[in-house]
Write a new protein. Structure first.
Length: 295
């Protein structure tokens, strides 16, 4: 068996550990997801090939989870991580960075040129209701989101929505519909499959005014198989509701809820209707989600 050198670059060490363990990236991703670390296949592939490096607390946590999944000692990989200099989207006061809220890397946001990445800070989230519809083949057919917001200032007229499929493989997420808003600038990072869409309101808001709008993402071509649904907030939100609607032909055997990097993952019921959900009141900045096991 090949020896793992302590001085090996992260990408080489990560690749060697995967090959020695005999796992596919898909299998590693599933094991990491079960342990609460959601990382896209594209990101794992980039880490393995050295095209990108883990950066930020959330990514370092994911590397630690990968060590456990690969049967490596603690810090075997995290000690090798290098941090390239990239432009960051700064955290909001009392909030978290945009990359952390998206569960991705700061480098993924480089493709969002021309979009105000901090513009959503001028809106307060009152309510989020996101519903994913899963197909009989375990794929994510669509994700619909309804938002109720309050303007923090006069003249606010848009919201930027970010969407990314769970797995890599050339999937093409698209905005299928939008109500009480219309698409403006659209940016896409082909590597991470991150899609950013500027949604413009029907009219500019006054400070303190509320606004309700909804939109739905789907896919051009084959949708990806998925095992989680999550929503990240950079500032407090009064209510977040996430709901997964499963096809009767493909209902998961177990479903869990999670919040950020907390170790606790309480199990969720899946009702006779084939749905499961989480509801978070007075949500603090961070990532909230639910994941499930198909087998």
């Amino acid at each position: 068996m090949e020896a793992l050198s302590a001085s090996a670059p992260f990408a080489e060490a990560f690749d060697l550990a995967i090959r020695q363990r005999g796992l596919s990236l898909e299998a590693l991703q599933r094991r990491m997801a079960i342990r609460g670390a959601q990382v896209s296949l594209a990101t794992l592939s980039y880490w393995r090939r050295g095209r990108r490096h883990p950066e930020g607390h959330r990514s370092l946590h994911a590397v630690g989870v990968a060590e456990s999944c690969l049967g490596l000692p603690a810090d075997a990989l995290t000690s090798l991580v290098t941090r390239p200099r990239v432009r960051r989207a700064e955290p909001w006061p009392g909030g978290v960075s945009l990359a952390s809220a998206l569960g991705g890397e700061p480098a993924d946001l480089a493709a969002c040129d021309g979009i105000d990445l901090d513009g959503n800070a001028r809106l307060a989230l009152v309510s989020v209701h996101q519903r994913a519809t899963l197909g009989p083949d375990r794929t994510e057919r669509s994700v619909r989101t309804e938002l109720v917001v309050t303007s923090r200032a006069d003249g606010v007229d848009r919201w930027v929505s970010f969407f990314r499929p769970q797995t890599g493989g050339g999937h093409q997420p698209v905005l299928r519909s939008a109500h009480c808003c219309r698409p403006g600038r659209v940016r896409r990072d082909t590597g991470s499959e991150l899609l950013a869409v500027e949604l413009r309101f029907d009219y500019p808001l006054r400070a303190g005014e509320t606004y309700v709008f909804d939109f739905e993402f789907a896919y051009d071509g084959t949708p990806p198989e998925t095992s989680y649904l999550q929503f990240g907030v950079r500032a407090p939100a009064r209510q977040i509701v996430l709901q997964a609607c499963f096809d009767p032909a493909a209902v998961p055997v177990r479903c869990y809820r999670y919040a950020g990097e907390a170790a606790s993952r309480p199990e969720l019921p899946v009702g006779p209707s084939g749905t499961s959900h989480i509801a978070v009141l007075d949500a603090r900045p961070g990532v909230y989600g639910m994941c499930w096991e198909w087998d």
